[in-house]
Ligand binder design. Structure first.
Ligand SMILES: [Mn+2]
Length: 328
């Protein structure tokens, strides 16, 4: 934890990165770190592998950030030349995509990872890894507090931390939530944080198309496997076109499956141009990360993991069904 303070004390310009398809914790922890460094009089810059979903854009307001996909060679050169770099909410360079992962061979200054995913690989000079942390945002606050730096958390920084905790804990309900999680929330609210505004921005942000796509997914595409605590939603590209799909429209749908009484394992599958993207969720004694890494080139947490398949949607779902005995 002390390595973070040393890094901050000894350097001025900082590159902050997070993972591909950034979620609330990725954006939350990266922006919290950005505003913290600003408050310290430093010169930070956030680099995202790809565009975040529209719903997360308000949280990037006031943040100096670039999207790797849209960067020129010069811009990338400038960023890898910054004094030091901080890599948040991911545990392996592959999580930023193969092209952006090349920056790790070229970074000029020392690097640090701050993350809560299991089995981190060694790709930075320093790592702060805590699998029990509910979110990277919560872990970031712990790092600040343990280094006596939490007085530099202003309202902008607090907003990022709250966003990360909120979205990675399913609104403070997952088993990962601890007394410390609520301690952090207490500190953020004491600063005068408008938490209602954040909940509304995240949860009351539906477009008609999105809501109808979700209704369709539940009514027409949800399948409960016979005599098993398993539910699956699979959406084809045709389904997505019909509802004018935009990135983020299906976020959280996998948790809707898990909300069905008796369902303990949920799979959400979505057909993309380059293959099928999978989201697994589970409860109780069912764990999805190893299953996904063995069979679907994925990984993540015990109860929440991602995966992918280069096969068609139908073949992917059939293969999943043929493998479910491994899960139960
Ligand atoms: Mn996270």
């Amino acid at each position: 934890m002390q390595s973070f303070k040393l890094l901050v004390d000894q350097h001025h310009s900082f590159l902050i990165t997070t993972h591909k398809s950034p979620d609330g914790d990725a954006i939350g922890s990266a922006t919290a770190c950005y505003f913290f460094l600003k408050k310290m009089g430093k010169n930070p810059m956030v680099l995202l592998p790809d565009e975040p979903s529209e719903g997360l854009l308000p949280f990037l307001s006031g943040v100096s950030y670039k999207v790797f996909e849209n960067c020129s060679v010069n811009e990338i050169q400038e960023m890898i030349s910054m004094d030091a770099s901080i890599h948040m909410d991911y545990n392996d360079p592959s999580r930023v995509g193969s092209e952006m992962s090349l920056i790790f061979e070229q970074l000029k200054g020392p690097s640090i990872m701050i993350d809560h995913h299991p089995n981190p690989s060694t790709f930075t000079d320093y790592s702060i890894s805590k699998v029990e942390a509910s979110s990277t945002a919560e872990l970031f606050y712990e790092v600040l507090e343990r280094n006596d730096l939490s007085s530099n958390v202003d309202l902008h920084c607090a907003r990022g931390i709250y966003l990360g905790i909120l979205t990675d804990t399913g609104s403070f309900r997952f088993p990962s939530v601890t007394a410390f999680t609520h301690h952090v929330l207490e500190k953020l609210l004491q600063l005068g944080l408008d938490h209602v505004e954040i909940h509304e921005a995240i949860y009351d942000d539906n477009s008609l198309n999105r809501l109808q796509l979700r209704g369709f997914a539940i009514a027409e595409r949800l399948e409960i496997l016979p005599d098993m605590p398993i539910g699956v939603i699979a959406l084809s590209r045709e389904d997505l076109r019909r509802f004018n799909y935009k990135k983020g429209d299906t976020e959280g749908l996998v948790n809707v499956i898990l909300s069905i009484k008796g369902i303990q394992i949920a799979l959400f599958a979505i057909e993309k141009e380059d293959g099928v993207k999978l989201s697994f969720r589970s409860k109780g004694n069912y764990f999805v990360n190893d299953f996904s890494s063995r069979n679907f080139n994925g990984g993540g947490h015990k109860y929440a993991a991602g995966g992918e398949s280069k096969e068609s949607l139908d073949v992917t779902i059939s293969r999943f069904k043929s493998l479910v005995n491994e899960l139960i």
